[in-house]
Design a protein around this ligand. Structure first.
Ligand code: HEM
Length: 414
């Protein structure tokens, strides 16, 4: 570990501790690392040692993370999504920032591009997709069951469902998934040489750029064709921007949901009463999905912003230019917000969680994700009530080194 950097002498209203690296140790594979609890109690706005040895801030309380995410002085621009956990050379930083899309934009450009998409992802529209998504789930269950027990739930179920759904919505040929699944996986890997993941992002963008041209020549009834139309709602947006936006939709749409299905299934199999209760109907499924989203918080490395001017969060003064990380996982286990946060309790009094973020960048695909998760968990419990792990839970490898936490394989039997 690198030496603890010197902490700038900032006047503050709360105790400032020495900078710590982002907590990583997880005694429980489902709950956030223990270190967050201690930080929240001792110094909820704490100094954070960034990957390159410089110092930023870490927020662990729900209230502070929300404050950061609605503050227009906290910019999403000019930082990479992983600058707190990995070191990029200046060249790679420049390449990442050049590739920035919606996620890394501020108003007014962010609002303009987001408006182009919101109409396609409304709750009403997503509810209308429910029967089709349920059919996709059934087909994958049929195929998995007919191949027989045991199976790996990730390639058989957790990954293809969200992947196929987002492909259909965008109009990306699912048969071309070899073009993007591996690259999407590489793009969200933290533990590989950064150049590889930056390159994967550029290649994905190249693939989607070509696909947009194909859609412009031969439009179909899908979102990419709509975006590619010169006289359509995205008319005027340069092709490069369109390709970046499409890349974001493709990646954000499947890595997150796939890992929620995989890790959520693992947690449910470790809590058999909760798994069995899913057969009690859609209301229980919906509540369980919400509780799993809170509990597992798969965007586990948090969301980052940069202060554009001096400001105060949680009584702590933050200087212009400093990087701030809001831990969604820590906030979702904040006892000030959630009674008994370490309990998996779908019946808890419903309090909005932060698994989908908050504010201007709050997840655009959250209603789609909810429909997919409900169909996936509901379908599994109904068709495979006797589902169980095929290996001891401790042997299931967990994705610590990825931007999105979860499992890459999940051996199950029935
Ligand atoms: C369980 C599944 C999902 C989780 C946990 C999740 C989580 C998140 C979070 C935390 C953010 C905010 C990031 C920030 O503030 O920096 C976000 C943004 C976003 N998500 Fe999701 N997401 C999920 C599924 C999806 C799906 C299915 C789509 C489909 C298109 C999607 C598309 C997006 C987009 C486009 C943004 C950027 C919005 C913006 O910057 O305005 N997500 N997501």
């Amino acid at each position: 570990m690198t030496e603890t950097p010197t902490v700038p002498d900032l006047a503050s209203a709360t105790t400032v501790t020495a900078a710590v690296p982002l907590p990583r140790d997880r005694p429980c594979p489902f709950a956030p690392p223990d270190g967050y609890r201690e930080l929240r109690e001792r110094s909820p706005v704490s100094r954070l040692q960034l990957a390159d040895g410089t110092v930023g801030w870490l927020l662990t309380r729900d209230e502070d993370v929300r404050a950061m995410l609605v503050d227009p002085r906290m910019s999403a621009q000019n930082r990479t999504l992983t600058s707190h956990v990995r070191v990029l050379t200046p060249d790679l930083v420049a390449r990442s920032i050049r590739r920035a899309s919606l996620l890394s934009m501020d108003a007014p450009e962010h609002s303009r591009q987001r408006r182009l998409l919101t109409v396609s992802f409304t709750a009403r529209r997503m509810r209308r997709l429910t029967p089709w998504i349920e059919r996709v789930v059934e087909e994958h269950l049929d195929a998995m069951i007919s191949r027989g027990s045991p199976a790996d739930l990730v390639p058989a179920f957790a990954l293809p469902i969200p992947s196929l759904v987002i492909c259909e919505l965008l109009g990306v040929p699912y048969a071309e998934r070899a073009e993007f699944q591996d690259r999407a996986h590489t793009l969200v890997s933290v533990g590989i040489p950064p150049a590889e993941s930056v390159r994967a992002g550029e290649e994905l963008e190249g693939y989607l750029g070509q696909l947009l041209l194909r859609k412009r020549a031969e439009p179909a009834d899908d979102l990419l064709s709509e975006l590619a139309r010169p006289d359509g709602r995205a008319g005027g947006l340069p092709d490069g921007e369109l390709a970046r936006l499409s890349t974001l939709l493709l990646i954000a749409g499947h890595e997150t949901t796939a890992n929620m299905i995989g890790l959520g299934a693992l947690m449910l199999l470790e809590h058999p009463a909760r798994y069995a209760a899913l057969r009690d109907g859609p209301a229980v499924v919906e509540r369980t999905v919400e509780e799993l989203l809170r509990y597992l918080s798969v965007v586990h490395l948090g969301v980052t912003r940069q202060a554009t001017e001096e400001l105060t969060i949680g009584g702590q003064r933050i200087s212009a230019g400093e990087l701030v990380v809001g831990s969604l996982a820590a906030a979702n286990h904040d006892p000030e917000r959630f009674a008994e946060p370490a309990e998996l309790d779908p019946d808890r009094v419903r309090v909005p969680h932060l698994a989908f973020g908050y504010g201007a960048h709050q997840c655009l695909g959250q209603q789609l994700a909810r429909v997919e998760l409900a169909a996936a968990f509901g379908g599994l419990a109904r068709r495979l009530p006797g589902l169980r792990l095929a290996v001891p839970a401790e042997q299931v490898p967990l994705r610590h080194e990825m931007l999105i936490y979860g499992v890459d394989e999940l051996p199950v039997a029935w």
